[in-house]
Structures are given as C-alpha cells and as structure tokens.
Design a protein around this ligand. Structure first.
Ligand code: AMP
Length: 434
C-alpha cells in the first residue's frame, strides 16, 4: 500500500518549530491588546458567494484558487449549498460585522484573527495551499471615524511596532493609494485604452484582464510582460482631490510618527475590495515570495455584500513567512532554546509505575517540566532516555519509596545527590532556574 503523506501544499509543523509559531502569536496578541483590539474567530468555510462578491470574480483567488464544493442537503428542510474553504479572512470578518449588527454600537470595531487560510496555488518556498494569517480589521460607521486617514496611519504604525518587537529587521513598507471606487473606474478606463494596442503581445491572462478588469494586469508576474506594464499610466494620476488629500494625511501622520515607507504606484494588490490606501511589507530574505503581509482600506466592502456603509482598513500577515524570516535571521536560536525537561523520573520495575505517575503529577503541578519514564526499562536504558530529554534523572525504586530519600543525578555536572522527597521540588526548581 502506498504510504500516506500530507497533501501537496500542506505540511506538519513539529516541535521545536511550533515554539517559534507560539512565540510569534503571543507577541501579536500582546501588541494588538495594547492597541485595544479584541479577537474574532470566524468559521473556516463560508458560502462561496461571500468570496465571489468581496474578493472579486476576476481575481486569481476566486477564479482559480478556491477549494469549493457542493454541500448536499441532508434533510428536506435543507438546501444544497456551494461552500468554500476561506482563502482569506477579511470577507468573513465583515460578514460577521453585518450579521451581528456591530455597526449599531456606533463604535469602531477593532478585531484581530489568527488562523489557517486555503488557496490552491502552485506550492513553493513561502507559498502553501494551507497557510496561516494573522490579521486585523478596523471597521465601523463613518460617524465613528472609520474613514479617517489617522486609522490607516495607526494600523501601519502598529505593524511597524509588531515587526520590530518580533525582531524582524530590514522590512520595507510599500505604500500606494488606489483611490475611491470612482477613481478606480476612471483608472480602469485609462488602462483599458492604454492596453488595447499592447495586450495582444501579453500573456493570456493579461489579454483577458485587459478587457474584463484591466487593474488586475498590474498583478501580473510574467517577466516578459513587465516592460509593457512599466509603460502603463500610474493610478496616482487618476486620483481625485479627496483621495489625494486622504493619502497625503496618511503619509503626514507616518512621517510624524517616524515610520519609514516607500511609495509604489504599481501596488494594487490582488483583491477587488481595496479602496484608497493599499500597502505591503516586504522582506529581502524571502526570495520570490517577498511579501510578509498586505492590506488596505475597503470602504465599499460591507455594502458590496449587503451590509450598511462601514468603511474599514485591515491587513493580513503571512505567519508562515514570518517564521521563515525569523528562522533565516536565526533569532529563534536565543529565544526558543531546545526544550529540555527539568527531570526524568525513572521507576525501577513496573510495580513502581503508579508511584512514579503520582510523583510526576506532584512535580508537574508545581510548574516543573517532567518526563515520565517506564518501569519496564532496564536502568541503563532509562539513563539513556533521560540523557536525551532531561537535565536530571530521579530514580524511584522500592528502597526510595520506603526511605523517602530519592537519588537525583545531574547530567551536566555528573553530580549524584540524595534528596529527601519533601525537598525534591525545591531542589529541582532551584536547578531548573540556574
Ligand atoms: P493576501 O491575503 O493575498 O493579501 O496575502 C496577505 C499575506 O498572506 C501575504 O503577504 C503573504 O505573506 C501571505 N500569503 C498569501 N498567500 C499565501 C500562501 N499561499 N502561502 C503562504 N503565505 C501566503
């Protein structure tokens, strides 16, 4: 029988790497809390039309990367329904915002999420079919200030702080404005006109996009198309007065806060719902997949999926790529040391196993990290196993149980010590923190 493996584009995360994942997630939670964000957890699958209407039919995500299936009705009262594993989380958060009428609070909603997303992309380093994102959204009625450029700048400043606190060095914030819906319509028309004579020389996708959604041509990654794309008009020339003023206010606040950025007028991002500010944080150490995170403002998204006016701004960080970056920086070496147990309990004989479990329970409840051996092992085998997993071995035989004096051997020093059971916790705690 063929051996079963994790599906292409998915992978198992094992210790000690998972310790780094946990550290990143804990840092993100701590930073978000300081900016007064709360956590939201939305379902991993949603009605397919949610993504078609928000991310956009013409985007790569919706047109070719979604895991979609027809969920058959199981009872007369149910209808069959097209469902999709979420390819991103903003649509789900905005759906939840509408469903729970969060706009009626009159307050800005500041929500963050951490979880897996699914896209059927061609797997490569930093690009997987199941990957994790850490994201946040600031959304609310205009009366709560949700359209303010200060919200954009605050979110960008928070991201700079988070990357700095994670110890990621050498990131670049690339910033652009794709304007209002009206600006984008105007820009799309300008692009359509410019592309008409050029498209026949471009890739098949661009030829199609040149007609259906010219903005998407700017997402093209085909190297031969890049010189043509470089000649296309820039979106900055299509922005109206309000969009220009909004963008100028975002950059002024970033300048005041000392957050460095680089303007990139080609940055339109691969999702249809963005308006005005769009951004990416990139990192040179990532190779071809160099985007650590991306995001932007989405003032019309709620209305596009049937909700009230609820402008917002958000981002999604590729957690897998944060891990890769930190691993290449080798920062995890000092912050996530090899996990070694404080003690290995070696019962001498199977009859001692129950007493060994009781001792392990006692020690673990004090916070010590304890490995529990097996009384069926010969002492030599227990020593070998202990040496691989723990700093010390605690020997527990019939004599030790009777006398209440345990033998503890420290592997680093080679010292063997007789320790009364009553003093064992103190002895191990002291050695654990040395
Ligand atoms: P997006 O939702 O496309 O704006 O992506 C936001 C971030 O998620 C990107 O900057 C990447 O860091 C990460 N990301 C997107 N797609 C993948 C993928 N297939 N594998 C790993 N990370 C991804």
């Amino acid at each position: 029988m063929a051996t079963l493996k994790a599906v292409r584009g998915t992978r198992d995360l094992l210790p000690p790497e998972t310790a780094l994942w946990n550290r990143i997630e804990a840092t993100a939670r701590a930073v978000f809390a300081r900016y007064n964000f709360g956590e939201i957890r939305t379902p991993i699958f949603e009605d397919t039309s949610l993504f078609a209407r928000s991310v956009g039919e013409e985007t790569d995500i919706v047109s070719k990367e979604m895991y979609t299936w027809e969920d058959r009705a199981r009872a007369q009262s149910e209808k069959s329904q097209s469902l999709t594993l979420r390819p991103e989380n903003t649509a789900g958060v905005v759906r939840a915002y509408i469903e729970h009428r969060l706009g009626e609070t009159g307050q800005l909603q500041k929500l963050y999420y951490i979880g897996p997303q699914f896209r059927r992309e061609r797997p490569q380093k930093g690009r997987y079919r199941q990957f994790s994102q850490i994201g946040a959204e600031v959304i609310g009625p205009p009366s709560a200030g949700s359209e303010s450029p200060l919200r954009d700048a605050e979110v960008l400043e928070m991201l700079a702080t988070l990357l700095d606190e994670l110890g990621i060095t050498g990131w670049t914030l690339e910033l652009n404005s794709v304007g209002s819906a009206a600006d984008r319509t105007r820009y799309n028309e300008a692009l359509r006109a410019a592309l008409e004579p050029l498209a026949p020389a471009m890739c098949a996708d661009c030829q199609r996009r040149a007609v259906t959604n010219p903005l998407r041509v700017l997402d093209c990654k085909v190297p031969e198309d890049q010189p043509i794309i470089a000649t296309l008009p820039a979106i900055s020339d299509s922005l109206d007065e309000d969009s220009r003023a909004h963008f100028a206010a975002v950059t002024a606040a970033l300048d005041a806060a000392g957050v460095p950025y680089k303007l990139n007028h080609r940055l339109v991002r691969g999702l249809d719902y963005y308006t005005r500010t769009t951004f990416e944080f990139t990192h040179g150490g990532l190779g071809a997949q160099n985007a650590l995170l991306g995001g932007g403002r989405y003032d019309g998204l709620s209305e596009a999926i049937g909700g009230p006016k609820a402008p917002g701004i958000g981002f999604a960080i590729g957690l897998d790529r944060l891990v890769l970056t930190l691993q290449t920086q080798e920062l995890n070496q000092s912050s996530a040391p090899r996990q070694v147990a404080d003690a290995y309990i070696a019962p001498l004989g199977e009859s001692i196993n129950p007493a060994a479990l009781a001792l392990a329970r006692e020690l673990r409840r004090t916070g010590l990290r304890v490995e529990l051996g097996e009384g069926g092992f010969r002492l030599k085998k227990s020593f070998e196993a202990a040496d691989k997993t723990a700093r010390r071995i605690v020997i527990l035989g019939e004599d030790e149980l009777q006398s209440g004096i345990l033998t503890v051997k420290d592997f680093a020093s080679g010292n063997q010590t007789k320790v009364p059971r009553a003093d064992l916790v103190a002895f191990l705690t002291q050695s654990a923190s040395e």
